[in-house]
Write a protein that binds this ligand. Structure first.
Ligand SMILES: Cc1cc2nc3c(=O)[nH]c(=O)nc-3n(C[C@H](O)[C@H](O)[C@H](O)COP(=O)(O)OP(=O)(O)OC[C@H]3O[C@@H](n4cnc5c(N)ncnc54)[C@H](O)[C@@H]3O)c2cc1C
Length: 458
C-alpha cells in the first residue's frame, strides 16, 4: 500500500485497469472506502481525476481514469430489505449476484437485470442498464426510488425523481460523471418461484425473427433473440428466441417438488489465461450452426431455473479470456422502428470485413426513460462481441456503421463503447447539452473523469 491521501482512505499502488473487453489499459491508484465519510474524503483530496468503479463489467473504458483516483465501491455493500413496502436500501457496491441470493429465497426480484449478475448497483445506475424486459418495465433507473450521491464538491446529496429530479436523472445513465453513488433504494418485484416458464422458437431469417420478436413482446415479460451473424443468403439474420415469465410457486412444486424459491446458482468453471484468441472464423461458424440446429423449432412452457434463463454466461468465470491478450470489443447499437434496413446492413457489412461476430443478441426496446444519457429508446438493439484481430480494419468498418446508426437516429451504448467518434455522440445523444448543464452544476471543476469521458469529450 502507498501512503494515504490526507484524510482519505489509504490508496493502493498504481495498477492497470481495463473494462471486460481487456483493451486499452491505463494506470491509476485506487481507494476502497467503506462509508460515505470515506467517499467524501476520497473525492475532496487532490487528484488528477476521480472515478467510481464497481465490478468493471463495462466492456470499454468507462470505469478507468488514467492517472486518476479510482473509488472502488466494494466496501459500500449494506443491504436492508423492507418487505412491507417491497423495497431494499442497498450499498452501491453490492452486486446483483449477492442481492439476488438474499432476495430470491424471500420471494423478491430485482425488476431489471442485465445479462450478467456480476455488476454492482452503482454500475447498474450509472449505465441505466436494461434487461430482457425493457419493453415492459423500462430500464434500471426507473426502479430506483432515491439515491445518495457524493458530488464533485464532496457534498452528499439525497436525490430522487421528486427531489432535484434533474440531478437524479443526470446521475442515472451518467457514467459516474456526476459523482459517486453510495447507496440506493430499489423498488422490488414479488415472485412466486425462482423458476421461469420459457418459450423457445427458431426463426429462419431476419424478417421472420423480427416479426416473432414483436409477437413475443406482446405475450411475454422477457424476450431476447440470439442471432447467427455468420449466416448469409436467405438465412441472413436467422436466430433463436427465448421468451418467458416468472413461474408460479404451485406449478414449480407440481413439476419439481421442494421449495419453489430455492436459488442456488451453481459453481463456476474458470477459463485460464490463453496466449492467443480461441475465437476464430471457422469456430464461430461451427458454433452458430450447432447452436441453431440444437434449438427446438418451437417449445412452450419449459421450466428453467432463473440463472439459466437470465445469466447463462455467469456459469463460466473469466470467459473474456478466450479472446486472448488482444481482447475484444462489444458493439451494441439501437435504431428506431422503421430502420430495420440498418440491421441488415450491419450484419452484411461485418460479414464483408471478415469480423467473427460472436454471441450476438437482438432485442426490441420500449419507450425511452427520462435520463438524458440513457441508451435504450424505442426500436431494435443489436449487441455482439468482436475479437480484436485486425484493429485498423475493424475500426474503419465500425466507424462506417456508427455513422449509419447516427444517420438513422440511433445510438451506440456508451458504457460498452471503446472507440466511437465524439462528433457522432452529440448526434446520438441529442440531450447531451442538457445533461452537461446539470453535470456542471454537480461537478463544477470536473473532478469526475474517465478515459471514456476524455475520449468522447463528454
Ligand atoms: C457479460 C455481460 C453482459 C452484460 N449485459 C448487459 C445487459 O444485458 N444490459 C445492459 O444494460 N448492460 C449489460 N452489460 C453491461 C453492464 O451491465 C454495465 O457495464 C454495468 O455498468 C457494469 O456494472 P459494474 O458494477 O461492473 O460497473 P463498472 O463497469 O465498474 O462501471 C461502469 C460505469 O459505472 C460507473 N459507476 C460504477 N459504480 C458507480 C457508483 N457507485 N457511482 C457512480 N458511478 C458508478 C463507472 O464510473 C463507469 O462509468 C453486460 C456486461 C457484461 C460483461
Amino acid at each position: 500500500m502507498a501512503a494515504g491521501v490526507t484524510g482519505a482512505p489509504e490508496e493502493d499502488g498504481p495498477r492497470l485497469w481495463t473494462g471486460w473487453g481487456r483493451t486499452a489499459p491505463t494506470a491509476a491508484r485506487a481507494v476502497r472506502p467503506s462509508s460515505d465519510a470515506d467517499v467524501v474524503a476520497a473525492v475532496a483530496a487532490p487528484a488528477r481525476a476521480v472515478l467510481a468503479r464497481g465490478l468493471g463489467r463495462c466492456y470499454g473504458d468507462a470505469a478507468q481514469s488514467a492517472g486518476g483516483r479510482i473509488v472502488s465501491t466494494s466496501g459500500l455493500s449494506g443491504l436492508v430489505l423492507d418487505e412491507d413496502s417491497g423495497t431494499a436500501v442497498v450499498g452501491a457496491g453490492c452486486s446483483l449476484d449477492r442481492l439476488l441470493r438474499e432476495l430470491v429465497p424471500r420471494g423478491w426480484f430485482v425488476p431489471v437485470v442485465p445479462g450478467t449478475r456480476y455488476v454492482t448497483v452503482g454500475g447498474a445506475i450509472a449505465a441505466d442498464v436494461h434487461g430482457k424486459n425493457h419493453h415492459v418495465d423500462g430500464s434500471f433507473g426507473q426502479h430506483v426510488r432515491r439515491l445518495d450521491l457524493v458530488d464533485g464538491t464532496a457534498e452528499v446529496r439525497r436525490l430522487s425523481p421528486v427531489d432535484d429530479p434533474d440531478a437524479f436523472w443526470a446521475t442515472v445513465g451518467g457514467l459516474g460523471l456526476t459523482g459517486v453513488v453510495t447507496r440506493a433504494e430499489l423498488q422490488l418485484r414479488r415472485i412466486g418461484s425462482s423458476w421461469m416458464r420459457v418459450t423457445t422458437a427458431r426463426a429462419g431469417g431476419l424478417g421472420e425473427l423480427l416479426t416473432a420478436l414483436e409477437d413475443h413482446d406482446r405475450r411475454y415479460r422477457y424476450t431476447v433473440a440470439w442471432i447467427d451473424l455468420a449466416a448469409g443468403g436467405r438465412a441472413l439474420g436467422r436466430g433463436v428466441l427465448t421468451s418467458g415469465d416468472h413461474a408460479d410457486g404451485d406449478e414449480v412444486r407440481a413439476a419439481h417438488g421442494g421449495d419453489p424459491l430455492a436459488y442456488r446458482p451453481g459453481a463456476r468453471l474458470t477459463v485460464p489465461p490463453v496466449p492467443v484468441s480461441a475465437v476464430n472464423r471457422l469456430g464461430v461458424r461451427m458454433f452458430n450452426e450447432l447452436w441453431f440446429r440444437k434449438a427446438p423449432v418451437y417449445r412452450e412452457a419449459e421450466l428453467q431455473p432463473m440463472q439459466t434463463f437470465f445469466h447463462p454466461l455467469d456459469g463460466v468465470r473469466d470467459w473474456n479470456r478466450v479472446y486472448g491478450p488482444r481482447g475484444f470489443l462489444q458493439y451494441q447499437f439501437v435504431v428506431p422502428d422503421g430502420r430495420e434496413d440498418v440491421l441488415e446492413d450491419v450484419i452484411g457489412g461485418l460479414q464483408r470485413t471478415g469480423a467473427e461476430a460472436f454471441l450476438a443478441v437482438l432485442k426490441r426496446f420500449g419507450d425511452a426513460g427520462p435520463a438524458p444519457l440513457s441508451f435504450p429508446r424505442r426500436g431494435w438493439t443489436l449487441a455482439m462481441d468482436l475479437p480484436v484481430r485486425a484493429p485498423d480494419r475493424l475500426a474503419r468498418a465500425l466507424d462506417a456503421l456508427d455513422a449509419q446508426v447516427a444517420d438513422a437516429g440511433g445510438a451506440v451504448y456508451l458504457v460498452k463503447d471503446a472507440r466511437c467518434r465524439p462528433d457522432l455522440v452529440e448526434r446520438m445523444y441529442p440531450q447531451l447539452p442538457a445533461w452537461r448543464a446539470v453535470r456542471d452544476r454537480l461537478d463544477p471543476q470536473r473532478r469526475f473523469r474517465s478515459d471514456l469521458s476524455r475520449r468522447l469529450d463528454l
